[in-house]
Design a protein around this ligand. Structure first.
Ligand code: GAL
Length: 421
């Protein structure tokens, strides 16, 4: 959906509203007031707290607009995305929804489900606020379809230093590749702890992406998504073997847990390591654990100097029921105040570049530095590298394999088919 100009975009949006919202529009909700229904998967725990921090800023900036929370529980949108699709296809969109920058966003763009909001970038003065690389991911054919709220890093290991010490491992001696790490994980197993905590299939896909990144390197990993790395190569087979070994060192109850359950095992000291995006930082903060004391973090071995990237962003659906509410929400999401309040709690870093890093935790300062200096690669599990359909096929193949329903050769073949058809 290309628009000739910002003015045309606004006009088209208002026409769409008049035609499809039954004339309710802003101010015409059942309670007669202005509102915005915000759809995310930040439904509980620290994710809900971070959302609430953003809502706090929204309510200060737009006291006349009611925030309606349409969050659907399930890490990484594991349940939310299907429900969202049902609503969009039924012509019942929320006023705005969370979507990852990159291929996931392109799904909604291609389906004609979200609007070009580049006019809001001009109106809110956002064109220079975000890094160019991020704007590129949000842009299609010159149009921009969402406003980012944050940037998360996916290739992080969180570890309990006491469990490492009890296992005869010096927490300062960080493993530098997957082989080194596997030998440490085996020591943890010997000591009677769970070596690597993990949860539902999407977290297993995230582990897989970081192992592919570690073993293939940034270029090889990126090539998996653009066709330049062969999925049937022996290098991929070796990486999948590492994945298999790592999965063999995880907790048996994994499929019944979501990410907070796996992080909790590090907090409680029943497991040594967990690979999780830096939303996990929020869980350590909430448990009052200090970096370097209660927990340590380091890039997944073999991925130092690489930032496995994802960004949440907010959209304006076609036929948005409350355009004024949606616009107000998007303004808060993009604002300096909104980004600082939200990210302080969320564990991610602001997408805006005009923030003062000193306002953020030591870990977040390290992420800000890494994002600025390291090689950036797109996250598989979080919508940056592949479309929702491809990710669904990958998740099905991984979960079949980890549940014992297929062998490594089948996994490799199914992953190749999922990506290349
Ligand atoms: C990601 C999302 C993060 C975090 C995580 C776990 O997809 O981008 O903000 O919510 O899922 O639920």
């Amino acid at each position: 959906m290309r628009r000739a100009s910002a003015i045309a975009a606004v006009a088209a949006a208002s026409l769409a509203l008049a035609g499809c919202s039954g004339g309710s529009g802003d101010g015409g909700g059942s309670d007669g007031g202005k509102q915005v229904e915000v759809f995310t998967w930040w439904a509980a725990g620290t994710e809900l707290e971070a959302l609430q921090a953003l809502v706090g800023v929204f309510e200060e900036q737009h006291p006349d607009i009611k925030f309606v929370n349409a969050a659907v529980a399930g890490g990484a949108g594991s349940a939310a995305k299907d429900l969202l699709q049902t609503r969009l296809q039924a012509g019942e969109p929320p006023d705005t929804f969370q979507a990852h920058a990159g291929m996931e966003l392109q799904d909604y763009i291609k389906a004609g489900q979200i609007q070009d909001i580049s006019n809001l970038y001009d109106e809110f003065g956002l064109r220079d606020a975000f890094p160019d690389q991020l704007i590129d991911l949000l842009t299609v054919d010159g149009a921009i379809y969402s406003i980012p709220s944050n940037i998360h890093r996916a290739n992080v290991v969180w570890a309990n230093p006491q469990v490492l010490k009890d296992s005869g491992i010096d927490p300062a001696d960080v493993p530098t590749d997957i082989d080194d790490w596997i030998s440490d994980l085996k020591k943890v197993k010997e000591a009677g702890y769970t070596p690597l905590s993990i949860a539902a299939p999407w977290t297993q896909v995230q582990l897989l992406e970081t192992v592919l990144l570690a073993d293939l390197g940034a270029e090889g990993y990126k090539g998996l998504w653009d066709g330049s790395t062969d999925w049937s190569s022996s290098e991929v087979t070796e990486a999948l073997k590492d994945f298999e070994t790592l999965m063999g060192l995880t907790n048996g109850d994994r499929d019944g847990l979501d990410w907070p359950g796996a992080t909790q095992m590090i907090i409680e000291g029943t497991a040594a390591y967990n690979v999780m995006g830096d939303w996990a930082l929020a869980a350590f903060n909430e448990a009052d654990m200090k970096r370097g004391e209660g927990f340590i973090d380091f890039p997944v071995p073999g991925t130092a100097d690489t930032f496995d990237f994802l960004a949440d962003s907010f959209t304006m659906p076609v036929d948005v029921p409350h355009p004024e509410g949606a616009k107000a929400w998007l303004k808060t999401v993009g604002s300096l105040e909104g980004q600082v309040a939200f990210n302080k709690v969320k564990g991610s870093i602001p997408a805006r570049t005009d923030i003062d890093p000193e306002q953020f935790s030591e870990y977040q300062q390290s992420a800000i530095k890494s994002y600025a200096e390291d090689t950036i690669v797109p996250s598989l599990a979080h919508g940056a590298a592949v479309s929702v359909g491809t990710l669904n096929d990958i998740t099905a193949a991984v979960s079949k394999f980890t549940a014992g329903g297929s062998d490594l050769a089948t996994l490799q073949e199914e992953l190749g088919t999922a990506v290349n058809g």
